[in-house]
Write a protein that binds this ligand. Structure first.
Ligand code: FES
Ligand code: FES
Length: 160
């Protein structure tokens, strides 16, 4: 079957089997390997992407399901200069990246939260990343990075 959807802001067309998972279409057919596959059964969040702005596990979504919709992967998250955006910089600054396997999914979980809540509490941040497992950091630094980004975005908005 042929599907057409928006991927990181650009329309793409893809020929794929009905049973093709979105994670495979992204990584293997479209070459976007920033999306990781960990468990393959919806438990680790490594394969997280945004589908119409909502965080989903791309291992549980069929490519066919994104027909006509909007998908954002970690490759679509950038600063104005094309480099890391403020949240990605905060991950680096706060030591929220160690092996990095969970990081694309964590950043997308953070962006999904911050798109809906400008000033999330630490408990709300923990809840937002509850579906994303990290074996390395102990989560504290990830919560710090998301929290600091929320604050700095709010300050920027206040001065805009
Ligand atoms: S690989 Fe999709 S949730 Fe783990
Ligand atoms: S940094 Fe290694 S799994 Fe999170």
């Amino acid at each position: 079957m042929k599907i057409r959807f928006s991927l990181n802001g650009k329309t793409v067309e893809l020929e794929c089997a009905d049973s093709r998972r979105l994670v495979d279409a992204l990584r293997e057919d479209l070459g976007l390997t920033g999306t990781k596959e960990g468990c393959g059964i919806g438990e680790c969040g490594a394969c997280s992407v945004l589908l119409d702005g909502q965080l989903v596990n791309s291992c549980l979504v069929l490519a066919a399901q994104v027909e006509g919709r909007s998908v954002v992967t970690i490759e679509g998250i950038r600063g104005a200069d094309g480099g890391p955006n403020d949240l990605q910089e905060a991950f680096i600054k706060y030591g929220a990246v160690q092996c990095g396997f969970c990081t694309p999914g964590m950043v997308l979980a953070g962006e999904a939260l911050l798109a809906n809540k400008t000033r999330p509490s630490r408990a709300e941040i923990r809840e937002a990343i509850a579906g994303n497992l990290c074996r390395c950091t102990g989560y504290q630094q990830i919560v710090d990075a998301i929290s600091a980004t929320a604050l700095s975005r709010q300050e920027k908005n206040n001065h805009a």
